[in-house]
Design a protein around this ligand. Structure first.
Ligand code: MF3
Ligand code: CO
Ligand code: CO
Length: 271
């Protein structure tokens, strides 16, 4: 990377970060991922989602970081917890988990000014066969999207890889929410769509930092936002799942900043 390259903004409004910035993103991403590891044993039938959020908020502080979501557009919690047919932005509350519930927990922390944003799926109690399939396909779709990340490919290539895989498994990709650039800000260009056509969209360059966070439904892709103005649910009430990593484009591919330190990211781990 030459000097004129550093700190540049592309014509699509995407910041090109410097080599030294990867370390800051990794440090932030690893805190978020560690907290998602630590919450895993607490996800059991009978626990409320606000108890899980309280644990997450405490750990964010204890690890010397700041929650990116508390105070963000009026949001009041350190996590989003999205249960069963909730697609994303579920608000932690007093409702308790039942045996077989699946849930996404999404945490974003700020460490030394860098944002680490990651989410993954959990199950309370016993995972049903159909939910297990949904989790596996959603996880695989994220990793297939990540495999398409290298300089010269486009954002459309990422979306196309995810969409093709999900639809070949007779599931649907949510269109109403997308991934995003991040770095020293939470949400920046581009919108990272989880569907698309090959060769379309901005070209990937070394130094781009963004999330990939596909939401996959067992039924139709349409969503609606509840009257709390946050909670997004599937219109047909079908189960929904999501996995999210924060990544940076490297010369040869990408670096995943939010890999699980305890290898607990995969849907079928045992704690
Ligand atoms: N972490 C979410 C994302 O992946 C954003 C949550 S914003 C909140 O972009 F306000 F709902 F927390
Ligand atoms: Co995100
Ligand atoms: Co997130």
């Amino acid at each position: 990377m030459d000097e004129t390259h550093r700190g540049r903004i592309t014509k699509d409004g995407i910041r090109i970060y410097e080599d030294a910035d990867y370390a800051g993103m990794l440090a932030a991403g690893q805190v978020a991922a560690q907290i998602l590891d630590e919450v895993a044993p607490l996800v059991v039938p009978g626990v409320s989602t606000e108890e899980l959020d309280a644990f997450i908020e405490r750990r964010v502080v204890e690890l010397g970081t700041t929650s990116a979501t508390i105070g963000y557009k009026g949001y009041k919690h350190a996590s989003c917890i999205s249960v069963n047919h909730v697609v994303c932005h579920g608000i932690p509350g007093h409702k308790t988990l039942k045996d077989g519930d699946i849930l996404n927990i999404d945490v974003t922390v700020i460490k030394d000014g860098w944002f680490g944003d990651t989410s993954r799926m959990y199950v309370a109690g016993k995972l049903s066969r159909k939910a297990e399939r949904l989790l596996q396909v959603t996880y695989d779709s994220l990793m297939i999207g990540i495999e398409a990340v290298k300089p010269g490919n486009t954002f459309g290539d990422i979306g196309h890889a995810i969409q093709t895989y999900v639809e070949s498994n007779r599931m649907s990709v949510v269109r109403d929410f997308c991934g995003h650039g991040l770095g020293r800000v939470f949400h920046a260009p581009p919108n990272v769509l989880h569907y698309g056509r090959p060769g379309t969209g901005p070209v990937l360059e070394e130094g781009m930092f963004f999330t990939i966070e596909p939401m996959v439904n067992l039924g139709r892709p349409e969503t609606k936002v509840l009257s709390d103005d946050w909670t997004a649910v599937t219109r047909d009430k079908s189960l929904s799942a999501q996995y999210e990593h924060s990544i940076g484009v490297t010369a040869t591919g990408c670096e995943i900043f939010t890999l699980s330190p305890g290898n607990l990211f995969h849907p079928t781990y045992k704690v």
